[in-house]
Design a protein around this ligand. Structure first.
Ligand code: H2B
Length: 96
């Protein structure tokens, strides 16, 4: 089974990402995004969705118009793993 990152490993990885933070009440990471409008937000979500499907690793997300909030955690182990870091890195790469 995939291993959860230790809190030290998680902190080390978070430092290499753009604006991701540990969620307070669970072992997960979160980042908020704001786009110009819904069209841009949904275009971004579409890219993330295609990658998530390829990886078989899916975001928890919330969208209102131009705002998107993404939470990543690996359900299988109920915590943050390198799969979350890999998806977060991809997500960062499709934002400016
Ligand atoms: N996404 C996330 N974020 N965590 C998982 O553990 C996970 C997933 N597991 N997507 C996958 C799908 C699993 O449920 C399927 C059956 O492979």
């Amino acid at each position: 089974m995939i291993q959860k990152l230790t809190s030290a490993e998680r902190a080390q990885q978070l430092a290499t990402l753009k604006g991701w933070q540990a969620v307070e009440d669970r072992d997960a990471i979160r980042r908020a995004f704001e786009f110009a409008d819904f069209n841009e937000a949904f275009g971004f979500m579409t890219r993330v969705a295609i990658k998530a499907q390829e990886m078989d690793h899916h975001p928890e997300w919330f969208n209102v118009y131009s705002k998107v909030e993404i939470t990543l955690s690996t359900h299988e182990v109920n915590g943050v793993t390198e799969r979350d870091i890999r998806l977060a890195r991809f997500i960062d790469s499709v934002t400016v």
